[in-house]
Design a protein around this ligand. Structure first.
Ligand SMILES: Cc1cc2nc3c(=O)[nH]c(=O)nc-3n(C[C@H](O)[C@H](O)[C@H](O)COP(=O)(O)OP(=O)(O)OC[C@H]3O[C@@H](n4cnc5c(N)ncnc54)[C@H](O)[C@@H]3O)c2cc1C
Length: 400
């Protein structure tokens, strides 16, 4: 995603030099969000995943070298080495290597049928096993695990969703987490919290998962969604500064001259320390920002963190970042399927989590970008003018 957006932006800005995009995948830059949603359900053709159609790269003289792994970088020589030994010189290099799923480090995790989800091939393998009536266990109830559990359920599978913490989607705050847990249960997902799998069992492929209290759950498919790691090995061996991500400045520049990084692998400065985002919006904005920085001076990257997810036909969006230590305010009734949770710090809007409420997100963006200070007492009165919708029930304002 970040690399796809970067080449697009470079040509938009009039860069007319040689432009080469390397990817070790067999396909052109593509979207990953549908891989746990519409594509996994079989409702979206593979061609619809592309960031840009093949013709775009030909028309814009972008050389795309698919199935080509970059094996080494020499920052001092401005050269990179491909897996087949070919060496190429660069003037500017953007690293947009993404992240890779963490595999659970427990016995049986390498059995066939224990999957992780990152690529189109992963999604195809998982979909093949999502037959009506199949027993599926999803490990981890973050964004990916929650989406896969919902998709598997919608496809008629029997689903166990196992989460080590107390709630699913904890990063979105307690009201959303409770709402998500209710939705999973209402749709027939067996949500098991505060527990984990200690081993998988099976003769030729996975047949069961054993929980920490000894419970045995029969399953024909396991999807492990227990986090991802930034792909930093290349940067590390090139001697770039790395700390849970490749460290960059506000212009996406790494510690080596002429090498930039963007997307899931980049750890960048923010008002609350350095941060790394493993989300779609960040990848595309940072890819474009890095492209601009390759050609000249830029402002510091300062996009508001934004993420969305989909659960059982509802759209959940978050702007900003939920701070677990602070209370939240809730507008609307979660049971109605439309509500907004807000978090304020001294009148400053820190986070807005909205379920099926696009106007709320728009309002929150304006407030955050303008730095407007809010009065929690007045929010209940001012809110409806800002994001009321005909189907929104009586407003409620309460501490989360
Ligand atoms: C199943 C799934 C669902 C998601 N859903 C959402 C969602 O609903 N909302 C949201 O906000 N975000 C979502 N995301 C996250 C979002 O897709 C990622 O944040 C985004 O793809 C990151 O873009 P990127 O360019 O950093 O990395 P990627 O898109 O992963 O691209 C990195 C590319 O670099 C290649 N590469 C790595 N190493 C090398 C090498 N040495 N040589 C050559 N090529 C290499 C990789 O193979 C890959 O093609 C989802 C992710 C997944 C996996």
């Amino acid at each position: 995603m970040a690399a796809g957006r970067a080449v697009e932006r470079l040509r938009e800005l009039g860069f007319d030099g040689r432009l080469v995009l390397f990817t070790d995948e067999a396909r052109l830059p593509h979207e990953r969000p549908p891989l746990s949603k519409q594509y996994l359900r079989g409702k979206l053709a593979e061609s619809r995943l592309l960031v840009r159609p093949a013709a775009f790269y030909a028309e814009n003289a972008v050389e795309v070298r698919t199935s080509t792994r970059v094996a080494g970088i020499s920052p001092s020589a401005h050269k990179l080495t491909l897996a087949d030994g070919e060496r190429l010189r660069y003037d500017r290099l953007l690293l947009a290597l993404g992240s890779e799923p963490v595999r659970p480090n427990i016995p049986g995790a390498d059995l066939p049928g224990v999957a992780t989800l990152r690529t189109v091939e992963d999604a195809d393998r998982i979909r093949h096993r999502l037959r009506p009536g199949a027993s599926v266990l999803v490990l981890g109830a973050g964004f990916l695990g929650s989406e896969v559990a919902a998709t598997a359920r919608e496809m008629g599978c029997e689903v166990h969703l196992v989460e080590a913490g107390g709630v699913p989607l904890a990063v979105l705050g307690p009201t959303l987490a409770t709402w998500a847990a209710d939705r999973h249960r209402e749709h027939g997902v067996k949500l098991l919290t505060a527990t984990t799998v200690t081993r998988f069992e099976g003769a030729l492929e996975v047949e069961a998962a054993v929980l920490d209290d000894g419970t045995v759950i029969p399953c024909q498919l396991v999807v492990a969604a227990v986090g991802a790691r930034p792909r930093v090995q290349l940067a590390q061996s090139a001697g770039l500064r790395v700390r849970d991500g490749v460290l960059v400045d506000g212009a996406c520049r790494t510690s080596a001259p002429e090498i930039l990084a963007a997307g899931d692998i980049a750890r960048y400065p923010s008002p609350r320390g350095t941060m790394r985002s493993e989300h779609w919006d960040n990848a595309q904005l940072q890819g474009r920002h890095a492209a601009e920085a390759m050609l000249g001076p830029v402002q510091h990257f300062s996009a508001l963190p934004y993420v969305w997810t989909e659960l059982y036909g509802s759209t959940v969006q978050q702007l900003g970042a939920w701070a677990p230590a602070l209370p939240g305010l809730v507008r609307g009734d979660p049971a109605s399927g439309r509500f907004t949770a807000l978090q304020l710090d001294g009148g400053r809007l820190l986070a807005c989590v909205a379920v099926n409420q696009y106007p709320a997100l728009k309002w929150a963006r304006q407030v955050m970008e303008s730095g407007t200070l809010l009065d929690p007492e007045k929010l209940d009165r001012e809110g409806p003018r800002v994001w009321s919708e005909p189907s929104l029930g009586p407003s409620t304002l309460r501490l989360d």
